[in-house]
Design a protein. Structure first.
Length: 416
């Protein structure tokens, strides 16, 4: 009996390892340059008081990501594919055009994050950005899906730099843990704006398209859906654990010392040096560079996936360039334009582009969430895997909260 249990456990573990990837990768890309900066500012300005928001944020992220992963497994189609089939080409084209513009700005911000992180080590953006662009382009264009996924999973491991950096900062662990389970509310516009920013940086439109496309390309079957769900859950929890350590590290050093204004995530790494030591600073900067390079690869890839799916064109890493020319040309163009903007434009010129991309993301997110929820409730599409009543209630509440917070965030962008 014991031997059978061991054999059964080993079989389940092997299936999970075969399925794992899309959920963990998508969630970890959420901790990109913009996300790391947002978490750093939260810790630097408000100390430990905002750590509690990570619990409801994690729940919301799991709910939304579970829906698109389930749709991918059950239908075998990407989200953009389903939207085009169910709502028509015109609706899909407008949605894809807006998201394409937003993701160009997001790609610029990732290369800017790479330049910022490596500047801590004295490496010029004129060197590291072109090298980074060549690396991420070659990885996807020359690799297969299985190889690229393995590289992405290895990149996820390097997020361990943030927990280590946090321990080197010697935070007040008791206060950090208590703040995690005991909500602390403050009055004032800046506190509300920071909460909106934390939520807004967690769930982005591109994530939903990429996860569903990745699940489809990996070929996960319905019989293995439970393992794919755990892939999503593990990824979502893991990414917000990293966010916890970033906030706590900055709360223990920058907030405690009164150094509460930082321009970017690279500035946070530099500020850590005299407060937590050169090792903590270097690890923080390394984590930023890794996350930025990782995201600079995923974001254009996600965009190429959903634009081609939405327009009915061939897409996928496993296809050759001649089989999916639009997919590879779009991916290449986003990388070239994103890297070129960081090399050619000054930081002041980059900021409006990045800000506009966040505003477009905010405007489009409610539409994407509503499309997702309507599609996941279609019995003719999802069969027995459509949302249950309880899950549906949670999902719609999450959607409503995200819409309200997103509208507030967009409004604050125009009227700060």
């Amino acid at each position: 009996m014991k031997r059978e249990r061991i054999r059964d456990f080993r079989r389940k573990l092997l299936i999970f390892l075969a399925v794992v990837g899309p959920g963990i990768i998508t969630a970890n890309v959420d901790n990109d340059a913009g996300g790391i900066y947002t978490y750093s500012v939260a810790g630097a300005r408000f100390g430990y008081s905002l750590v509690w928001t990570l619990i409801p944020i994690t729940v919301a992220l799991i709910v939304v990501q579970e829906i698109v992963a389930r749709m991918g497994v059950v239908t075998g189609k990407g989200l953009a594919d389903l939207i085009r089939e169910e709502y028509g080409f015109r609706t899909t084209f407008i949605l894809m055009a807006c998201l394409l513009a937003a993701d160009l700005g997001n790609t610029i911000s990732e290369f800017a994050g790479l330049a910022s992180g490596m500047s801590v080590f004295g490496i010029s953006r004129y060197i590291i950005v072109p090298l980074g662009a060549i690396l991420v382009w070659a990885l996807v264009v020359k690799g297969t899906y299985r190889f690229v996924e393995k590289v992405f999973l290895v990149a996820c491991v390097f997020y361990i730099a943030y927990p280590i950096s946090c321990f080197l900062a010697h935070p007040a662990w008791k206060e950090a843990v208590v703040s995690t389970v005991r909500p602390s509310l403050e009055s004032g516009h800046s506190y509300l704006y920071m909460i909106i920013g934390l939520v807004g940086t967690t769930i982005a439109p591109w994530m939903q398209f990429y996860l569903q496309s990745a699940v489809v390309e990996k070929g996960i079957k319905v019989k293995d859906w439970l393992y794919s769900r755990w892939d999503v859950i593990v990824g979502c929890i893991g990414t917000d654990v990293v966010a916890f350590f970033i906030i706590v590290a900055c709360a223990a050093t920058l907030y405690a010392s009164g150094h509460r204004e930082i321009r970017d995530a690279g500035d946070a790494a530099l500020a850590l040096r005299p407060l937590a030591g050169s090792a903590a600073s270097a690890l923080f900067a390394f984590g930023l560079a890794n996350a930025s390079l990782f995201s600079a690869c995923i974001l254009p890839l996600a965009t190429a996936y959903y634009v081609c799916e939405g327009l009915g064109l061939e897409s996928g890493i496993n296809k050759r360039v001649e089989e999916a020319p639009a997919f590879y040309w779009l991916y290449t163009s986003l990388i070239v334009l994103g890297a070129l903007a960081v090399v050619v434009l000054t930081e002041r010129m980059q900021v409006p582009i990045i800000l506009l991309s966040q505003v477009i993301n905010g405007i489009m997110l409610p539409f994407v969430l509503i499309f997702m929820l309507r599609l996941s409730n279609r019995e003719d599409l999802m069969g027995q895997y459509k949302n249950t009543r309880v899950f549906n209630a949670i999902a719609w509440v999450t959607c409503a909260v995200m819409i309200i917070l997103t509208l507030l965030l967009v409004g604050a962008s125009f009227f700060p």
